[in-house]
Design a protein around this ligand. Sequence first.
Ligand SMILES: Nc1ncnc2c1ncn2[C@@H]1O[C@H](COP(=O)(O)OP(=O)(O)OP(=O)(O)O)[C@@H](O)[C@H]1O
Ligand SMILES: [Mg+2]
Length: 239
Amino acid sequence: MPVISFANAKGGAGKTTAALLLATELAQQGYRVGILDADPQRWITQWHELSGPQHNIEVISEVTVASLQGHIRELARTADYTIIDLAGARDAIVTTAIGLSDHVMIPVQGCAMDARGGAQILDLIKLMEETGKLKIDHSVVLTRVTSMVTTRALLTIKGLLAARGVNVINTPIAERTAYREIFDCGGTLYTMDPARISNLDKARENARALACEVMQLLPVRIVRTQQPRRLFKVVRSAA
Ligand SMILES: Nc1ncnc2c1ncn2[C@@H]1O[C@H](COP(=O)(O)OP(=O)(O)OP(=O)(O)O)[C@@H](O)[C@H]1O
Ligand SMILES: [Mg+2]
């Protein structure tokens, strides 16, 4: 079960939006997704309370440094992907989550080109890799990209990051009304009314492309039979 965390030391970079888009899209594709809400602001939890139970999605709230690893272990039994939403900080829980992740996504706003918060996470990952002698896979995902941001400007950002050896997700997350509405109305891009939300089709297409890339990066084979689950229980009770 891949664990993917969303980190950027700067607030408002688009972490929660990107995390929720990926989680809901993976759930839509049939994967069971666990979301660990490790932000004290509880945005994902509030979205979940507003939305009610969502097919294939489990949200765990009030995650702490002490409880993080236990939650991941628990979700390994029930989820195909675990997604961690972190606060805009560079603190103990961010560091712990990064250390426990299979991939760290660093959302950086394409329009503002303000990559400082992202750079802090890149530096933290580098430090952890050097001191802990581990490899922490990570990628920058450009967010809130508008039509004002030209392909050339995006290529420039990608080039700069590539020069630092940083992978950039090919699919930038566009600035879309639908992505704000999810938090106001609850539900997913698939429960919204296309007549009410502009460019909902494009928003869905964008989320699908993002999830596709993540699925290629971190593939999971869906096992849907009841048998392994029963076998697992027998093994546990016999132990
Ligand atoms: N792609 C997008 N399109 C439209 N609005 C967006 C997009 N991404 C983020 N926003 C809006 O920008 C604001 C900040 O986004 P978000 O909460 O995802 O950032 P964050 O990095 O999680 O912030 P924090 O550090 O406070 O947790 C929110 O109001 C959100 O609705
Ligand atoms: Mg957030």
